[in-house]
Design a protein around this ligand. Structure first.
Ligand code: TYD
Length: 133
């Protein structure tokens, strides 16, 4: 599994840092939704699902966290630091954990929120992958 980890571009000057993301340059799809995660508790893990169709770019705005990505063949865990993005393709099981106290996450998503697009059970996820073969 190829993990596409990148930094968003920033304009830094004496006033601070301005970071931006543009369609087809930083985000490989048309963004229909952006959501944010903050006040995250370090002793909880989140995610434990895959999406049937949805594609996402997860952006660590500040702090850091760990991200597990599993495509059904292999599983990799990476650390995401402030300023970094990772592309999460559809049908990739993912888990977020080890949030630092100052961790803020923004997620760019290719579609509106649809519970029907979620696969929340790992066995069901594996079955879904087999069906697609
Ligand atoms: P969920 O995606 O399950 O978060 P996590 O995997 O981190 O636990 O979302 C948690 C809840 O928030 C779920 O009940 C649905 C709701 N939600 C929305 O209403 N809109 C959204 O855009 C998202 C991402 C979640």
């Amino acid at each position: 599994m190829q993990i596409i980890k990148r930094k968003l571009r920033s304009q830094i000057d004496e006033r601070g840092e301005l970071t931006f993301a543009e369609e087809n340059i930083d985000i490989p799809f048309v963004t229909k939704r952006v959501y944010f995660l903050r006040n995250l508790k370090s002793d909880f893990e989140r995610g434990f699902h895959a999406h049937k169709v949805l594609k996402q770019v997860i952006y660590c705005v500040s702090g850091s966290f760990m991200l597990l990505l599993d495509d059904g063949k292999e599983s990799k865990t990476i650390e995401l630091l402030a300023g970094e993005t990772v592309f999460i393709d559809s049908v990739v099981w993912h888990v977020m954990s080890h949030f630092s106290k100052d961790c803020v996450i923004a997620v760019f998503a290719s579609d509106f929120y649809k519970e029907s697009d979620y696969i929340r059970d790992y066995t069901e996820y594996k079955n879904h992958l087999t069906k697609g073969l």
